[in-house]
Design a protein around this ligand. Sequence first.
Ligand code: KG4
Ligand code: ZN
Length: 357
Amino acid sequence: MRYNYFMEKECLFSGKKVQVGIDSGYDNYIMAIESSCDETACAIVKNGREVVANVVASQIKTHEKFGGVIPEIAAREHMDAINIVIDEAFEQSGLKPNDITAFAGTVGPGLVGCLLVGLNAAKTLALVHDKPFIGVNHLNAHLCANYIDTDLKPPFMALLISGGHTQIIDVESYSKQTILGETIDDAVGEAYDKVARLIGLPYPGGPKLDKLAQSGNPNAYELPISRVDGYNFSFSGLKTAVLRLVKRLKEENDDGSLTEKQVNDVCASFQECVSKTLAKKLKKALQEKGYKQVVIAGGVAANSEIRRKIFDFEKDGYKVYAPIMKYCTDNASMVASCAYFNTNTYDDVDVEVFSRA
Ligand code: KG4
Ligand code: ZN
């Protein structure tokens, strides 16, 4: 028997039933809003895979001077940007509110004040235009970025690496996912940002560290690879080792600061250690489960060396998926895709935002 994959959702005002998902039998256009951290984003995605509008207003310039995201300021900036990104998404797509199948918004995890802005905008749009509302988990959305412009279907193994999370996830079906392992302390992105800060790179440090690492020698300094059981990770020991190394190098130099070559080598050695650890555990999970497909997702999936090491799995017969850069970091297209595939969504319009997974 053929399994029909769609969900019946209710229009918020009239209560009319609408089918959303792969087997709904008509083209779905989902508008989604993402505002969990420092990006105000709105997108419209056709049938979960085809982006017809993708708008992102970044607050990097604002938070750069503080060296990190200030939640209260971020929430206010979301307020300023939210209507603009929604209008822009409609304009890019040429669609009208009535063409939209359902409105989706990120529920969490993220900064509560920030989430409230985007989620309430999504709920309001659904109510005003009498359409269903679909609440989405930000982490599931990152995974779903891999459905955009591809024909990827579960089952597959996933490595989710962002500013707040590091997880190996067994994705058995669109809605059944099991976390096999995660970090017991810092997330990978957090480790990147902390190491970047200690060598004096401006926020957000991850991408800048990645760039410098490309001019450095990955074998210049030996750094410890944490030994944690199973599929869990630990990055705090590595961060401390880099701190000690930088301190020693600075003391050895006459002017008390690192040379350009030393900075590049420290970055490359750190990046080598992180990417090796991630790739090794991911490979083990794949072999154990016997899957032939693997995806990477989250802001850190934009990292050049992590991508290179994981794409190398293709030499062993695996099919590797990674979103293009703009769908790796926070965006609303991934949220729309997640809503379409019904990946653990929240349909109740009263759903509250939450800060931690
Ligand atoms: O997924 P994301 O946009 O936001 C969260 O949900 O956390 O990820 C942001 C994280 C930051 O820690 C940032 O430094 C890191 O992703 N990141 C990178 C790179 N691009 C972004 N880390 C290493 N290399 C990169 N190229
Ligand atoms: Zn994110």
